[in-house]
Design a protein around this ligand. Structure first.
Ligand SMILES: [Zn+2]
Ligand SMILES: [Zn+2]
Length: 343
């Protein structure tokens, strides 16, 4: 089968590999029907994920059809349409039992697919712990609607949940890339009084204005002034930092009111400064990233009920054979791309 592979830092190639086989009774083999490219794939390509293993098939955002299951798999069977979870988790360890599945202590626990073990930018993928790694897609939900459930949408859902948003809150979301948009969609489920999105790209700002007219969009330059003028409490009640750009970490805590929650979803290329003397007395609560992707069934049910729709994020489609071209488009943010579906 064809598999897009991390050959060496800076180099991904579509190469032939044998079809994966069951290695454990809890494994499943899934035939991929639709996959996507995530900015974490680009981080692997650029060498900023040291634990990524050279030679593995990349890709951790996908949906497909179960082809084969081991004897120990209980929740899915061959023929089921499923979402694949970015995270592998055993369900048994301390962290799994407390819902912190990102920190599962299993050797394959956490983000393994498409990083430390073969992922899904291929025709087939082996999913360990299939009972927790796969969720059945409801019949009236399409592959396109379910495509982002296991990764970017799970991240938005988790980020909004841990931010403890209340009805009279003003929520600031910094960054309107794919994860920022998913964070926005999931923030909307909590119905805060006011949502402000800060985005520097005019193209992405207009995507938000067009699709979510109730949301206020500001540029980074105007962000602090806009937030302070809207919020009688001196800043946003909740800030979600999803940009991971230069200065956006600083912007996040500067825009927060005293005693606010600042949720850092972004993955940074370099260390950020936490200037505690400047923050002294602001009494902020910081929450940091690494999605616990264990709510996919709930997310699928929200999609089924029409409460979340991520299909507008799919701006481009490519066959697997043209995936190198899709990467070029995605990494250079050409042609208004937000997310690409790989068929
Ligand atoms: Zn990802
Ligand atoms: Zn575990």
């Amino acid at each position: 089968m064809k598999a897009y592979t991390y050959v060496s830092p800076g180099r991904f190639e579509l190469i032939d590999k044998p079809k994966p086989e069951l290695q454990d009774p809890r494994d499943a083999i899934v035939r991929i029907t639709l996959g996507s490219i995530c900015s974490s794939d680009l981080h692997i390509k650029h060498g900023s994920v040291p634990r990524a293993v050279q030679g593995i098939t990349v890709g951790h955002e996908m949906v497909g059809v179960v082809e084969q299951v081991g004897d120990g798999v209980k929740t899915v069977k061959p023929g089921d349409r499923v979402t694949v979870n970015v995270e592998t988790f055993c369900g048994e360890c301390f962290f799994c039992k407390n819902g912190y599945v990102n920190n599962c202590t299993d050797p394959d626990g956490g983000w393994a697919l498409g990083c430390r073990i073969d992922g899904g930018q291929a025709e087939y993928v082996r999913v360990p712990y299939a009972d927790s790694g796969l969720d059945r897609i409801p019949d009236n939900v399409s592959d396109e609607q379910a495509l982002f459930v296991g990764d970017v949408l799970a991240t938005g859902f988790w980020a909004a949940r841990i931010s403890e948003i209340k009805p009279d809150d003003t929520v600031l979301i910094i960054g309107a890339g794919p994860t920022g948009i998913c964070t926005l969609l999931c923030t909307m489920l909590h119905r805060p009084q006011h949502i402000i999105v800060c985005e520097k790209s005019p193209e992405r700002a207009s995507f938000i204005r067009r699709n979510y007219p109730a949301v206020e969009v500001v540029s980074p330059e105007d962000c602090i002034a806009a937030v302070r003028s809207r919020c009688s409490r001196g800043g946003a009640d909740v800030v979600l930092e999803v940009a991971g750009a230069e200065d956006t970490f600083r912007l996040a805590w500067e825009c927060a009111r005293p005693n606010a929650t600042v949720t850092v979803v972004a993955l940074y290329d370099r260390p950020q400064i936490l200037p505690l003397p400047e923050m002294y007395g602001k009494n902020l609560t910081f929450k940091t990233g690494g999605v616990d992707g264990c709510h996919c069934a709930e997310i699928l049910s929200l999609i089924e009920q029409g409460k979340i729709d991520t299909t507008p994020l799919i701006t481009h489609r490519y066959p697997l054979s043209d995936i190198a071209q899709a990467y070029r488009l995605f990494s250079n943010r050409l042609d208004g791309v937000i997310k690409i579906a790989i068929e």
